[in-house]
Design a protein around this ligand. Structure first.
Ligand code: G6Q
Length: 547
């Protein structure tokens, strides 16, 4: 893939957008809606059962035209093709970025270094499916002959956040007689609390680690092995109670897991893009192979939409461009993702890794320092809880926070009036943010003059509303893929490597230096900065005092 030659801020469309921003920043959404009665239908896009209403954004036809031009000048289309064709677009790690191959249909073909990777993907999926069937049917027995009732996924980052999010999101479709737990933190509390009420004879550990060297995961996996063997006694029990999800067969074997119980994937699957790979085994165990395949199909449909749809109607492209508009021209620092669906309670946490590990970069593909903002901070909570906490700041604070509202037409748990009330709230919030309440309106209600400023809502606060019929395995796949490709779109325009994560390395290296200083107090004098030295000493002496 060629690196776009004209620096971003020198591109003609960028300069036009800067000039255009000066005009539009003073325009209120109230005026935009008043001037165009069809705005609410015109500024929408719909595909694959996803309805994106972006009319409550501070954009006009001209804005969108300029943003599309920016995408074109940034070579977005060629960059999309490069990803799908297996080019090594993760240039700092010299790797292809082929999570789209994980959800390619059988019979499709994606060639990497002369080899079609799609048959390998389906071979692993078939192996996962047959294992899932054996666990779910009770055919797979633990070491003492009991069927497996509890499944504990041990992994962190990309080997945890996707599985947790998908398990929670698809709980409605999951086997309620199986218990699922997720251990990620190296804090011993995470492991202890996850296993405290489980019977080792009925517990399967999934050790999910692409590298099989990650400190947190390997420490938790060793504690899990000790916990199992403390009851089961026989080391042969590991074969019945541990499976591995990894690319590193050598380390898996060293840990004592038979590679027959290993589900593989490939270096072209980034951790945060891996929930469709073997890393999704816990999801498949929960919802079954057919539902897992339906989820992959949802991803695949959005992949094809992203690859083939003209930019103007391309949902992830539109979302990515709107994010750039606020991030780079309005100076917005954050984006709130607000799903009005309790099952999506971990979706914002999942998106935090997807978006911020991908686009939290400070140099271009060519290695020069950027002179513009890159990835915004993503955060959020499910509605309506946030309305009773942080929405105040979004409505009346001094910061501009674009919001993505996500809502489903049909409830999975339709009891009483709940769903109507839930949806009334999401529509009301988007409406209130956009249109606000003028001081004249507040005064006309008889509000005492001194309270009028406090009760006035400026409005003009932008949001997208994404509506989907129902939360299903397929629609979850579509939603995640939508954000994956929106992230891609943003990274392509910022000309950064959205697929590496060097920023996580330094802390890991420094921790390795500190570990012996904590474990072995014989280690000579400390040579960190004065703050770190004192913190370590305080810990050492406090810890001894407790013993
Ligand atoms: C994701 C990152 C990171 C990774 C974890 C776990 O894109 O690479 O979050 O997933 O560090 O790594 P392992 O799967 O190798 O244990």
């Amino acid at each position: 893939m060629s690196i776009t030659s004209t620096p971003l801020t020198d591109r003609a469309s960028w300069k036009s957008l800067e000039a255009h921003y000066q005009v539009i920043q003073a325009t209120h959404l109230r005026d935009l809606f008043a001037a165009d009665p069809a705005r609410g239908s015109r500024f929408t896009a719909e595909a694959l059962g996803i309805y994106l209403d972006y009319s409550k954004n501070r954009v006009t036809d001209e804005t969108l035209g300029l943003l599309i031009k920016l995408a074109e000048e940034s070579g977005l289309k060629a960059k999309i093709d490069a990803m799908f064709q297996g080019e090594k677009i993760n240039i700092t790690e010299n790797r292809a970025v082929l999570h789209v191959a994980l959800r390619a249909a059988p019979g499709e073909s994606i060639i990497l270094d002369g080899v079609d990777v799609v048959p390998e993907v389906h071979a692993v999926l078939d192996k996962m499916a047959s294992f899932s069937d054996r666990i779910r049917s009770g055919e797979w027995k633990g070491h003492t002959g009991k069927p497996i009732k509890n499944i504990v996924n041990i992994g962190i980052g990309g080997s945890d956040l996707g599985p947790v999010m998908a398990y929670e999101a698809l709980r409605h479709y999951s086997r309620r007689d199986l218990v699922f737990r997720f251990v990620s933190n190296i804090d011993g509390t995470d492991f202890v609390e996850a296993t405290i009420d489980l019977d080792p004879e009925e517990t399967l550990f999934i050790v999910a680690s692409k590298t099989f060297t990650t400190l947190e995961t390997m420490t938790n996996a060793r504690s899990a092995r000790d916990w199992s063997l403390a009851s089961l006694k026989d080391p042969a029990a590991v074969a019945k109670h541990f499976v591995a999800l990894s690319t590193n067969a050598e380390e898996v074997t060293k840990f004592g897991i038979d590679t027959a119980n290993m589900f593989g994937f490939w270096d072209w699957v980034g951790g945060r893009y891996s929930m469709d790979s073997a890393i999704g085994l816990s999801t498949m165990l929960a919802i079954g192979p057919d539902n897992f395949r339906a989820m992959l199909d949802g991803f695949h449909q959005v992949d094809e939409h992203f690859r083939t749809t003209p930019l103007e109607q391309n949902l992830p492209v539109l979302m990515g461009l709107l994010a750039i508009w606020y991030n780079n021209f309005f100076g917005a620092q954050t984006v709130a993702v607000l799903p009005y669906e309790q099952y999506l309670k971990r979706f914002p946490a999942y998106l935090q890794q997807l978006t911020m590990e991908s686009n939290g970069k400070h140099v271009t593909l060519g290695g020069s320092e950027v002179n513009y903002q890159t990835g915004p901070i993503y955060w959020g909570e499910p509605g309506t809880n946030g309305q009773h906490s942080f929405y105040q700041l979004i409505h009346q604070g001094t910061k501009l926070i674009p919001c993505d509202f996500i809502a489903f037409t049909r409830a999975l748990n339709p009891i009483g009036r709940h769903h109507d009330l839930l949806l009334a709230n999401v529509f009301a919030q988007a409406e209130a943010l956009a249109f606000g309440k003028t001081s004249a309106e507040v005064a006309a209600e008889g509000t005492p003059a001194r309270l009028v400023p406090h009760k006035t809502f400026e409005g003009n606060r932008p949001s997208n509303t994404i509506m989907v019929d129902e939360l299903t395995p397929s629609s979850l796949g579509k939603l995640v893929a939508l954000y994956e490709h929106s992230v891609f779109t943003q990274g392509a325009i910022w000309d950064i490597d959205s697929f590496d994560q060097w920023g996580v390395e330094l802390g890991k290296v420094l921790a390795q230096r500190i570990i012996p200083e904590l474990e072995n107090t014989e280690v000579g004098s400390l040579t960190h900065d004065s703050s770190t030295n004192l913190l370590i000493e305080r810990y050492r002496s406090g810890r001894t005092a407790n013993v």
